[in-house]
Design a protein around this ligand. Structure first.
Ligand SMILES: Cc1cc2nc3c(=O)[nH]c(=O)nc-3n(C[C@H](O)[C@H](O)[C@H](O)COP(=O)(O)OP(=O)(O)OC[C@H]3O[C@@H](n4cnc5c(N)ncnc54)[C@H](O)[C@@H]3O)c2cc1C
Ligand SMILES: *[C@@H]1O[C@H](CO)[C@@H](O)[C@H](O)[C@H]1NC(C)=O
Ligand SMILES: *[C@@H]1O[C@H](CO)[C@@H](O)[C@H](O)[C@H]1NC(C)=O
Ligand SMILES: *[C@@H]1O[C@H](CO)[C@@H](O)[C@H](O)[C@H]1NC(C)=O
Ligand SMILES: *[C@@H]1O[C@H](CO)[C@@H](O)[C@H](O)[C@H]1NC(C)=O
Ligand SMILES: *[C@@H]1O[C@H](CO)[C@@H](O)[C@H](O)[C@H]1NC(C)=O
Ligand SMILES: *[C@@H]1O[C@H](CO)[C@@H](O)[C@H](O)[C@H]1NC(C)=O
Length: 594
């Protein structure tokens, strides 16, 4: 190509670059009163970013996203995968804690939720899991919507997914992944002897722990390599992809909290008004959407916003002094999350410790090294408890959606020589490649608890935190399954391939074997995992329960939809972001269709 043409092409490309990208408005005073918006999206999080970007593909539409927090781009650590555990309880987190949880000895635990563009996709653990075939088929059947079956939802997931190197052969099945979507999915890994030993042990006990070539293939049972939303060593989130690629017709108002949605006139229930303020003291301003308002505040904040708006249980609303407009007792109820029980094992193998400073330098220079991954370990084990496991003897129903679904997930966090530490130890010098006494840190998750909690109002002040009650371990079956999870991992670690490496459970669970002792241990250390769903559940048209219809409209209202994790009626057999992206892609098509 001629040099002059090349230069011209470059200019054109640059021009297009410059023209791309949403308009960022840093505070409410800078929001023009002249511009009117077709759609207002509350929350620029995981789902909100998808809906904004997809609706924005129509250049004739004006879209406003209102986000309570700042831009993710202000926070360097959001870019570095291995630094994700440092982002909770910072200025880009809502700093929530739960109510006292009876099932864990009255414990009050922190419950991270991101308060920045990209929402939790800007600070989550990046594990990419779709859930099981059974989970989606169950959603379809509960909701009465064939669009939600595994078969129907896979192509929707491909819209999100862009398979990105590294994808080592034998670590996943490339042809079941999306290649041209938005969010990168890759499978970086570290070379540690534990990899082979774990896979060896799994192979030896393949009835219970088969090798799972791809945990996103519908059957989620066994040990497989982790896939994550990482793009060449850097976090790939809803905001670094969907939002970043929108045009100037998408406006993003930052640092502004929506307090309520309001009907556009006193007689109707057409909630196209959005009341917003910079903080509790600042004056509130109401912005009207010409077409619709979409609430995407996440599983905690969406019911909070609805309740503050008078959409919820009439009696409960009146108790805190809010005028009920739509009586719906399901708002904020049916709150579910996976449970997380840390269990450590003593072992003698190569540690995964690394020098944090050196690792950050390496990441800065080449986007490689231990911080280019979400954790220095590489696998997840998904366990389906055998049908003759004790909890099921008592005639208790299996809480999973079917035979291809696990009860338990084992998340390996690190093999640390600093036995006291959790994730990403700080500045422990890398020892030789030889063996050391290490602690295998793991989390054991019950993926399908039947306990149901709630989000309720502490007061009528929208700036007060809501009451966050998981009701964790309030049903004996949930505890029994967590208990069997620990026993099951112990079986895995005593397989020939691992029994010379792993010596047993470490303190304080070391000698705990009876049901009573295991339960006491579980109660003393467990917490919710961070995969909240169900608080504005989708249910069939005309159902006596649920908050949104299959078209995401809030029941009993007009002009108002909810699109985020709160519509997912039950926990999936996996981490939740892939499901949230899928629901949001589905919603975008429906909303664009009118
Ligand atoms: C610590 C942690 C680790 C996780 N790890 C994983 C993982 O490894 N893999 C995985 O698949 N899932 C993971 N998850 C879960 C997953 O990230 C979430 O399920 C998903 O991102 C939720 O998306 P959402 O759109 O429902 O809500 P969010 O992404 O939370 O978005 C809600 C947005 O709305 C904004 N907002 C809320 N209220 C208001 C208001 N009143 N006004 C204006 N804006 C408001 C919030 O600030 C936020 O940006 C993790 C979650 C956490 C917290
Ligand atoms: C959360 O708590 C941390 C630590 O106390 C604080 O620095 C941060 O500002 C808080 N975040 C918000 C949004 O208030
Ligand atoms: C309510 O608003 C709608 C449209 O937004 C309008 O058509 C209707 O007349 C209004 N009703 C009243 C009572 O103002
Ligand atoms: C909770 O969800 C179940 C379906 O999973 C439904 O039967 C029940 O009515 C719901 N409860 C509330 C309060 O919405
Ligand atoms: C890495 O880069 C960030 C951002 O440019 C910088 O703040 C940090 O000091 C760097 N760290 C190291 C160890 O090079
Ligand atoms: C590991 O721990 C055991 C028992 O505490 C000790 O005897 C042994 O020397 C340790 N090995 C190494 C390599 O540190
Ligand atoms: C476990 O039991 C052994 C032998 O009875 C004992 O030596 C050890 O201290 C116990 N460990 C813990 C953590 O209680």
């Amino acid at each position: 190509m001629h040099l002059k043409h090349q230069a011209l092409l470059l200019l054109i490309l640059l021009g297009i670059r410059v023209a791309l990208g949403a308009v960022l408005i840093k505070d409410l005073d800078d929001l023009s009163k002249e511009v009117s918006y077709d759609y207002i999206i509350i929350g620029g999080g995981t789902a909100g970013s998808v809906v904004a970007a997809r609706l924005g593909e129509n250049p004739r539409l004006q879209i406003l996203v209102i986000e309570a927090g700042p831009s993710n781009e202000e926070i360097f650590d959001t870019r570095v995968p291995g630094l994700w555990p440092t982002l909770a309880q910072t200025r880009v987190d809502w700093n929530y804690t739960t109510t006292a949880q009876k099932g864990i000895n009255g414990g009050v635990v922190e419950y991270p939720r991101a308060k920045m563009l990209g929402g939790c996709s800007s600070h989550n653990g990046m594990v990419y899991t779709r859930g099981s075939r059974d989970d989606w088929d169950r959603y379809a059947s509960i909701i009465g919507n064939e669009e939600l079956t595994w078969q129907s939802v896979l192509p929707v997931m491909f819209k999100t997914e862009r398979l990105t190197k590294p994808t080592p052969s034998g670590h996943l099945i490339p042809n079941i992944h999306g290649k041209r979507g938005k969010v990168s999915v890759s499978a970086p890994f570290t070379n540690i002897p534990f990899n082979d030993m774990l896979l060896q042990a799994s192979a030896e006990l393949k009835e219970e722990f088969p090798f799972l070539l791809d945990m996103n293939d519908g059957r989620v049972i066994g040990t497989g390599w982790v896939q994550s939303t990482i793009d060449n060593g850097e976090r790939s989130s809803a905001t670094t992809t969907y939002l970043k690629e929108t045009g100037k017709n998408v406006h993003i108002l930052l640092n502004s909290q929506v307090t309520r949605v309001v009907p556009v006139n006193s007689s109707g229930l057409e909630f196209r008004g959005v009341e917003v303020a910079e903080n509790a003291q600042a004056p509130r301003r109401t912005i009207i959407a010409k077409k619709e308002v979409i609430v995407s505040g996440g599983a905690i904040n969406t019911p909070h916003i609805l309740l503050n708006s008078g959409i919820g249980n009439r009696g409960e609303l009146e108790k805190v002094g809010i005028r009920p407009l739509v009586d719906n007792p399901s708002v904020g109820q049916n709150f579910s999350d996976h449970t997380s029980t840390p269990v450590s094992f003593a072992a003698m193998t190569q540690s995964t410790d690394f020098d944090q400073q050196a690792a950050l330098e390496q990441w800065n220079q080449t986007r490689t090294g231990p911080l280019a991954q979400l954790s220095p370990t590489n696998h997840i084990t998904w366990i389906r408890l055998p049908a003759d496991t004790p909890p099921f003897h008592a005639g208790l129903a299996d809480p999973t959606a079917g035979p291809d679904s696990p009860h338990i997930e084992v998340i390996y966090i690190s093999l640390s020589s600093d036995s006291g530490s959790g994730v990403a130890p700080t500045s422990v010098p890398q020892v030789s490649s030889g063996s050391a006494n290490v602690t295998i840190q793991s989390l054991i998750a019950n993926l399908h608890p039947i306990s149901r909690g709630s989000i309720t109002l502490a007061s009528s002040d929208p700036f007060d935190h809501p009451l966050i009650d998981f009701a964790i371990f309030t049903k004996p079956l949930d505890m029994a399954i967590a208990r069997e999870g620990i026993r099951s991992v112990r079986r895995l670690f005593s397989a020939p391939g691992l029994r010379d490496t792993v010596f047993g459970t470490s303190s304080p669970a070391a000698n705990v074997t009876s049901d009573e002792e295991l339960d006491a241990y579980i109660k003393s250390v467990s917490a919710p995992l961070g995969h909240a769903v169900g608080t504005a559940a989708m249910s069939p048209y005309g159902a006596s329960w649920g908050v949104v219809d299959p078209d995401f409209r809030v029941k009993g209202t007009k002009g108002l939809r909810v699109v985020d994790a709160s519509v997912i009626p039950l926990t999936p057999s996996g981490h939740t972001q892939a499901a949230v992206y899928a629901f949001a892609e589905m919603a975008s098509v429906i909303i664009a269709g009118g």
